[in-house]
Design a binder for this molecule. Structure first.
Ligand code: AMP
Ligand code: MG
Length: 298
Protein backbone atom coordinates (compact mmCIF):
# COMPACT_ATOMS: atom_id res chain seq x y z
CA UNK A 1 0.00 0.00 0.00
CA UNK A 2 1.48 3.30 -1.02
CA UNK A 3 0.44 6.68 -2.34
CA UNK A 4 3.40 7.13 -4.66
CA UNK A 5 2.33 6.27 -8.20
CA UNK A 6 4.59 3.96 -10.20
CA UNK A 7 5.53 6.21 -13.04
CA UNK A 8 7.84 8.60 -11.16
CA UNK A 9 9.31 5.65 -9.29
CA UNK A 10 10.34 4.00 -12.53
CA UNK A 11 11.72 7.30 -13.78
CA UNK A 12 13.75 7.64 -10.59
CA UNK A 13 15.12 4.11 -10.78
CA UNK A 14 16.10 4.70 -14.40
CA UNK A 15 17.75 8.04 -13.57
CA UNK A 16 19.93 6.72 -10.76
CA UNK A 17 20.93 3.34 -12.21
CA UNK A 18 23.97 4.68 -14.14
CA UNK A 19 25.16 6.55 -11.03
CA UNK A 20 25.42 3.48 -8.83
CA UNK A 21 28.84 2.01 -8.17
CA UNK A 22 28.51 -1.72 -8.73
CA UNK A 23 29.82 -3.58 -5.67
CA UNK A 24 33.12 -5.23 -6.52
CA UNK A 25 33.84 -2.94 -9.48
CA UNK A 26 37.21 -1.22 -9.69
CA UNK A 27 36.61 2.51 -10.06
CA UNK A 28 38.96 4.86 -11.88
CA UNK A 29 38.57 8.60 -11.65
CA UNK A 30 37.98 10.72 -13.61
CA UNK A 31 37.62 8.03 -16.32
CA UNK A 32 34.57 6.15 -15.08
CA UNK A 33 32.22 8.97 -14.09
CA UNK A 34 31.60 12.16 -16.06
CA UNK A 35 31.03 15.19 -13.79
CA UNK A 36 29.14 16.89 -16.63
CA UNK A 37 26.54 14.12 -17.16
CA UNK A 38 22.90 15.30 -17.06
CA UNK A 39 20.97 12.08 -17.58
CA UNK A 40 19.55 13.12 -20.92
CA UNK A 41 17.71 16.08 -19.36
CA UNK A 42 18.23 19.02 -21.70
CA UNK A 43 18.63 21.91 -19.28
CA UNK A 44 17.84 23.49 -15.95
CA UNK A 45 14.31 24.50 -16.98
CA UNK A 46 13.46 20.92 -17.94
CA UNK A 47 14.81 19.79 -14.58
CA UNK A 48 12.86 22.20 -12.37
CA UNK A 49 9.66 20.19 -12.34
CA UNK A 50 11.51 16.96 -11.75
CA UNK A 51 13.30 18.38 -8.71
CA UNK A 52 10.04 19.78 -7.37
CA UNK A 53 8.42 16.38 -7.70
CA UNK A 54 11.34 14.73 -5.94
CA UNK A 55 11.19 17.24 -3.08
CA UNK A 56 7.44 16.65 -2.66
CA UNK A 57 7.85 12.88 -2.61
CA UNK A 58 10.64 13.22 -0.08
CA UNK A 59 8.48 15.30 2.23
CA UNK A 60 5.71 12.69 2.15
CA UNK A 61 8.10 9.78 2.72
CA UNK A 62 9.89 11.58 5.56
CA UNK A 63 6.60 12.25 7.31
CA UNK A 64 5.75 8.54 7.12
CA UNK A 65 9.21 7.53 8.27
CA UNK A 66 8.81 9.74 11.34
CA UNK A 67 5.35 8.34 12.08
CA UNK A 68 6.35 4.72 11.66
CA UNK A 69 9.40 5.01 14.00
CA UNK A 70 10.98 1.71 12.99
CA UNK A 71 13.64 2.63 10.46
CA UNK A 72 16.11 5.48 10.10
CA UNK A 73 18.06 6.90 7.18
CA UNK A 74 21.68 8.03 7.10
CA UNK A 75 22.70 10.19 4.15
CA UNK A 76 26.46 10.46 3.67
CA UNK A 77 27.65 13.37 1.54
CA UNK A 78 31.23 13.42 0.35
CA UNK A 79 32.90 15.75 -2.11
CA UNK A 80 35.88 17.92 -2.84
CA UNK A 81 35.57 21.60 -1.98
CA UNK A 82 33.02 23.68 -3.92
CA UNK A 83 31.25 20.62 -5.30
CA UNK A 84 27.97 21.86 -3.81
CA UNK A 85 27.33 19.85 -0.65
CA UNK A 86 25.69 22.71 1.23
CA UNK A 87 23.45 23.75 -1.67
CA UNK A 88 22.40 20.16 -2.21
CA UNK A 89 21.31 19.82 1.41
CA UNK A 90 19.44 23.12 1.25
CA UNK A 91 17.55 22.33 -1.94
CA UNK A 92 16.88 18.65 -1.51
CA UNK A 93 15.68 18.99 2.08
CA UNK A 94 13.67 22.17 1.44
CA UNK A 95 10.31 20.42 1.79
CA UNK A 96 10.88 18.24 4.85
CA UNK A 97 9.89 18.86 8.43
CA UNK A 98 13.04 20.09 10.23
CA UNK A 99 12.05 18.08 13.31
CA UNK A 100 12.77 14.86 11.48
CA UNK A 101 16.13 15.75 9.99
CA UNK A 102 19.52 16.44 11.53
CA UNK A 103 22.54 17.68 9.65
CA UNK A 104 26.00 17.08 11.08
CA UNK A 105 29.03 18.79 9.54
CA UNK A 106 32.30 17.11 10.39
CA UNK A 107 35.35 19.33 10.65
CA UNK A 108 38.91 18.77 11.80
CA UNK A 109 38.58 16.44 14.83
CA UNK A 110 38.87 17.83 18.35
CA UNK A 111 41.34 16.55 20.95
CA UNK A 112 38.56 14.54 22.57
CA UNK A 113 37.59 12.99 19.25
CA UNK A 114 41.21 12.09 18.53
CA UNK A 115 41.32 10.28 21.86
CA UNK A 116 38.82 7.72 20.54
CA UNK A 117 38.75 5.16 17.74
CA UNK A 118 38.28 6.63 14.28
CA UNK A 119 34.56 5.79 14.03
CA UNK A 120 33.57 7.13 17.45
CA UNK A 121 32.53 10.67 16.58
CA UNK A 122 30.38 9.44 13.68
CA UNK A 123 28.73 6.78 15.82
CA UNK A 124 27.64 9.49 18.25
CA UNK A 125 25.62 11.26 15.57
CA UNK A 126 23.70 8.47 13.89
CA UNK A 127 19.97 8.87 13.22
CA UNK A 128 17.38 7.50 15.63
CA UNK A 129 14.48 5.41 14.33
CA UNK A 130 12.13 7.67 12.41
CA UNK A 131 14.90 10.18 11.67
CA UNK A 132 17.01 11.21 8.73
CA UNK A 133 20.59 12.20 9.55
CA UNK A 134 22.75 13.89 6.97
CA UNK A 135 26.52 13.67 7.33
CA UNK A 136 28.10 16.67 5.61
CA UNK A 137 31.49 14.94 5.35
CA UNK A 138 31.60 11.69 7.23
CA UNK A 139 33.56 8.68 8.44
CA UNK A 140 34.86 8.52 4.87
CA UNK A 141 37.16 11.47 5.58
CA UNK A 142 39.13 8.89 7.57
CA UNK A 143 40.19 7.26 4.27
CA UNK A 144 40.29 10.52 2.27
CA UNK A 145 41.80 13.61 3.92
CA UNK A 146 43.63 11.40 6.43
CA UNK A 147 45.04 9.32 3.58
CA UNK A 148 46.10 12.31 1.49
CA UNK A 149 47.71 13.99 4.53
CA UNK A 150 49.31 11.11 6.37
CA UNK A 151 50.47 13.38 9.22
CA UNK A 152 46.81 13.41 10.31
CA UNK A 153 47.10 9.69 10.93
CA UNK A 154 50.00 10.29 13.31
CA UNK A 155 47.76 12.55 15.38
CA UNK A 156 45.35 9.64 15.78
CA UNK A 157 48.01 7.50 17.51
CA UNK A 158 46.75 4.20 16.07
CA UNK A 159 48.84 1.34 17.46
CA UNK A 160 49.31 -0.89 14.38
CA UNK A 161 50.02 0.94 11.15
CA UNK A 162 50.20 -1.94 8.64
CA UNK A 163 47.53 -2.13 5.90
CA UNK A 164 45.73 0.74 7.60
CA UNK A 165 43.50 1.69 4.67
CA UNK A 166 42.41 -1.85 3.90
CA UNK A 167 41.59 -2.35 7.56
CA UNK A 168 39.64 0.91 7.62
CA UNK A 169 37.60 -0.13 4.57
CA UNK A 170 36.78 -3.39 6.32
CA UNK A 171 35.86 -1.62 9.55
CA UNK A 172 33.62 0.83 7.69
CA UNK A 173 31.88 -1.96 5.76
CA UNK A 174 31.28 -3.86 9.00
CA UNK A 175 30.01 -0.70 10.74
CA UNK A 176 27.56 -0.05 7.90
CA UNK A 177 26.45 -3.68 7.76
CA UNK A 178 25.68 -3.49 11.46
CA UNK A 179 23.53 -0.40 10.86
CA UNK A 180 21.65 -1.73 7.85
CA UNK A 181 21.00 -4.98 9.71
CA UNK A 182 19.39 -2.97 12.48
CA UNK A 183 16.95 -0.94 10.43
CA UNK A 184 19.09 1.97 9.26
CA UNK A 185 19.42 2.53 5.54
CA UNK A 186 22.49 4.27 4.25
CA UNK A 187 22.63 6.49 1.18
CA UNK A 188 26.15 7.43 0.14
CA UNK A 189 26.59 10.27 -2.33
CA UNK A 190 29.86 11.41 -3.84
CA UNK A 191 29.36 14.79 -5.53
CA UNK A 192 31.79 14.51 -8.41
CA UNK A 193 32.98 17.92 -9.60
CA UNK A 194 35.61 18.45 -12.32
CA UNK A 195 38.83 20.34 -11.69
CA UNK A 196 37.84 23.05 -14.17
CA UNK A 197 34.41 23.58 -12.62
CA UNK A 198 35.98 23.73 -9.15
CA UNK A 199 38.34 26.42 -10.46
CA UNK A 200 35.40 28.50 -11.68
CA UNK A 201 33.54 28.15 -8.40
CA UNK A 202 36.57 29.08 -6.30
CA UNK A 203 37.09 32.12 -8.55
CA UNK A 204 33.47 33.11 -7.99
CA UNK A 205 34.08 32.94 -4.24
CA UNK A 206 36.74 35.62 -4.71
CA UNK A 207 34.99 37.71 -7.36
CA UNK A 208 31.56 37.90 -5.75
CA UNK A 209 31.54 39.76 -2.42
CA UNK A 210 28.54 37.83 -1.10
CA UNK A 211 30.53 34.63 -1.59
CA UNK A 212 33.77 35.85 0.01
CA UNK A 213 32.87 34.31 3.36
CA UNK A 214 32.98 30.90 1.74
CA UNK A 215 36.49 31.32 0.47
CA UNK A 216 39.18 29.50 2.35
CA UNK A 217 42.88 29.39 1.51
CA UNK A 218 42.75 25.76 2.59
CA UNK A 219 40.58 25.03 -0.46
CA UNK A 220 43.36 26.27 -2.74
CA UNK A 221 45.92 24.23 -0.84
CA UNK A 222 43.78 21.10 -1.10
CA UNK A 223 43.28 21.71 -4.81
CA UNK A 224 47.03 21.14 -5.14
CA UNK A 225 46.41 17.55 -4.03
CA UNK A 226 43.76 16.96 -6.72
CA UNK A 227 45.32 13.78 -8.13
CA UNK A 228 45.84 12.30 -4.67
CA UNK A 229 42.20 12.96 -3.80
CA UNK A 230 40.96 11.43 -7.07
CA UNK A 231 43.00 8.35 -6.28
CA UNK A 232 41.76 8.16 -2.69
CA UNK A 233 38.14 8.63 -3.80
CA UNK A 234 38.48 5.96 -6.50
CA UNK A 235 39.91 3.49 -3.98
CA UNK A 236 37.19 4.33 -1.48
CA UNK A 237 34.46 3.73 -4.10
CA UNK A 238 36.13 0.47 -5.12
CA UNK A 239 36.27 -0.94 -1.60
CA UNK A 240 33.19 0.40 0.14
CA UNK A 241 30.39 0.20 -2.41
CA UNK A 242 28.51 -2.79 -1.04
CA UNK A 243 25.14 -4.42 -1.66
CA UNK A 244 23.95 -3.19 1.76
CA UNK A 245 25.29 0.35 1.30
CA UNK A 246 26.23 1.20 -2.30
CA UNK A 247 27.77 4.46 -3.42
CA UNK A 248 26.19 6.72 -6.00
CA UNK A 249 28.41 9.13 -7.89
CA UNK A 250 26.47 12.35 -8.43
CA UNK A 251 27.66 14.38 -11.43
CA UNK A 252 28.23 17.80 -9.89
CA UNK A 253 29.31 20.17 -12.66
CA UNK A 254 25.67 21.21 -13.19
CA UNK A 255 24.20 22.06 -9.83
CA UNK A 256 20.63 21.71 -11.08
CA UNK A 257 21.30 18.13 -12.11
CA UNK A 258 23.20 17.14 -8.99
CA UNK A 259 20.23 18.25 -6.89
CA UNK A 260 17.78 16.18 -8.94
CA UNK A 261 20.07 13.17 -8.79
CA UNK A 262 20.68 13.46 -5.03
CA UNK A 263 16.95 13.80 -4.38
CA UNK A 264 16.27 10.80 -6.60
CA UNK A 265 18.68 8.52 -4.74
CA UNK A 266 17.25 9.56 -1.36
CA UNK A 267 13.64 9.14 -2.51
CA UNK A 268 14.51 5.73 -3.91
CA UNK A 269 15.99 4.62 -0.57
CA UNK A 270 13.01 5.86 1.45
CA UNK A 271 10.68 4.25 -1.03
CA UNK A 272 12.51 0.99 -0.41
CA UNK A 273 11.65 1.30 3.29
CA UNK A 274 8.05 2.05 2.23
CA UNK A 275 7.14 3.64 5.58
CA UNK A 276 3.47 3.72 6.54
CA UNK A 277 1.39 5.73 8.98
CA UNK A 278 0.52 3.39 11.84
CA UNK A 279 -3.10 2.21 11.78
CA UNK A 280 -4.86 1.75 15.12
CA UNK A 281 -6.58 -1.60 15.76
CA UNK A 282 -10.34 -2.07 16.07
CA UNK A 283 -10.40 -1.92 19.85
CA UNK A 284 -8.37 1.32 19.96
CA UNK A 285 -10.53 2.75 17.19
CA UNK A 286 -13.68 1.94 19.20
CA UNK A 287 -12.21 3.69 22.24
CA UNK A 288 -11.36 6.70 20.10
CA UNK A 289 -14.94 6.92 18.91
CA UNK A 290 -16.19 6.78 22.52
CA UNK A 291 -13.89 9.65 23.44
CA UNK A 292 -15.10 11.50 20.39
CA UNK A 293 -18.67 11.00 21.43
CA UNK A 294 -17.96 12.30 24.92
CA UNK A 295 -16.14 15.32 23.51
CA UNK A 296 -18.93 16.16 21.17
CA UNK A 297 -21.57 16.05 23.90
CA UNK A 298 -19.52 17.47 26.75
P1 AMP B 1 34.29 22.50 5.43
O1 AMP B 1 33.51 21.25 5.13
O2 AMP B 1 34.57 23.33 4.22
O3 AMP B 1 33.69 23.28 6.54
O4 AMP B 1 35.74 22.06 5.94
C1 AMP B 1 35.92 21.13 6.96
C2 AMP B 1 37.37 20.76 7.01
O5 AMP B 1 37.54 19.73 7.97
C3 AMP B 1 37.92 20.25 5.71
O6 AMP B 1 39.11 20.90 5.39
C4 AMP B 1 38.18 18.76 5.98
O7 AMP B 1 39.27 18.27 5.27
C5 AMP B 1 38.42 18.75 7.48
N1 AMP B 1 38.11 17.45 8.04
C6 AMP B 1 36.92 16.83 8.08
N2 AMP B 1 37.03 15.61 8.65
C7 AMP B 1 38.33 15.46 8.96
C8 AMP B 1 39.08 14.40 9.58
N3 AMP B 1 38.51 13.26 9.97
N4 AMP B 1 40.40 14.60 9.77
C9 AMP B 1 40.98 15.75 9.38
N5 AMP B 1 40.34 16.77 8.79
C10 AMP B 1 39.03 16.63 8.59
MG1 MG C 1 34.94 24.35 2.55
Amino acid sequence: MTTVPNQPRDRIAELIAPLRVRPGATVRLPKDFDPGYTGGISDKEAGVELLQRGVTMLADLQSRLAAQQTDGLLVVLQALDAAGKDGTIRHVMSGVNPQGVRVHSFKVPSAEELDHDFLWRYGCRLPARGEIAIFNRSHYEEVLVVRVHKELLDRQRVPRKGAVWRRRFEAINAFERHLTGNGFRIVKLFLNVSKEEQRKRLLARIDRPEKNWKFSEADIRERGYWRDYQRAYADMLTHTSTEHAPWHVIPADHKWFSRIAAAAVIVNALDGIDPQYPVVDTQARRELLEVRDALEHG
